[in-house]
Design a protein around this ligand. Sequence first.
Ligand code: GDP
Length: 376
Amino acid sequence: MSDNEKRPEWAPEEGGKGFACRVMDGVEGGHDGISSYSGSGKAKRKVYRRPQLTADDYADGITGGNRAILGRAITLVESNSAAHMEQAQEVLKKLLPKTGNSIRIGITGVPGVGKSTFIEALGVYLIEQGHRVAVLAVDPSSSITGGSILGDKTRMEALGRDERCFIRPSPSGGTLGGVARKTRETMMVCEAAGFDVILVETVGVGQSEITVRSMVDFFLLLMLAGAGDELQGIKKGIMELADALVINKADGENKLRAETARNEYERAMHYLQPSTEGWISHAYTCSAIENKGIDNIWSVVEKYRRITKASGVFEAHRQKQTMQWVDSMVDEHLRSLFTGNPNVAKVYGEVEEAVSNGTLPPTAAVNRLIRAFDER
Ligand code: GDP
């Protein structure tokens, strides 16, 4: 075989001797399994495309512990393309019988409270106990900031390296509802892959805590001592969502203050509505950085699981959450049909003006818009 003949078939003709690739003697073209071509003319180049996976390939890969396929399945779930969404649903349907076998824990707190550090400490502890941990995030602001501030692998070094842990940053883009759907479905995929503890991180500055509360079994609020409630953006409503309140950074000079804060919160919590039926939420302290109090917090989660499973509250809670999710997706769908309706769009501006200048009462305005929507 001359040197020229050893050139792979996709090498550009004008490539000359400077073209480094040569086919080994005795090997037929296409030996590398790459079969798709792109481009035209003389300089045809072979382009490697990942083989398309069927829904069965995805399901088998995920349940068989293939991390690459797990990652691809999550990308599929996160895609906004109609074809991907359809395939994602097919995959989820196949996985459904294998989902649900986990404890789902929501973790919230203002930026800087120590969420990443806490998750790293808890995650490492859980792995040592034989668990498999998935860390997900809900951060609707990441579409604005252009990158996720949550579920950041670089801040969870030890966990990120461990095979028994899977970290996925928040899906970016879209509404909170869209981000929440993706995280919920990712949670199902991770459960089918055998992760038995799912940690969902969210930043404690608004609506996202309520959304995360509605997708987890146990909700943990991280706080700091002496930062003032207003500063921490913590409202009574958010404290009421919590199944445990944890004062982090209880170390060094801060230890005593953390203990005092714990007592204060403990007292305040007496007056709050319990987040979960049959469970009284308490306040705890920990030091995520020094790994202190983490085991105690896990024992609280375990106790919660035991009690609520025995009472049936755990299952009832999940069923209710799933139906709320279905309802909220129906709401979103109907809303988008309404806002996308051309008849509604035609009269909307007029109706808005009439409502703002006080010539049309709101109920009449609604009737007018709905009539426009119902027009064929
Ligand atoms: P996040 O923004 O809530 O995720 O907070 P990080 O985990 O990034 O932590 C913010 C800062 O607080 C970092 O500098 C951490 O090292 C520090 N930090 C986190 N946990 C503790 C702790 O338990 N004690 C002390 N002293 N510092 C901590």
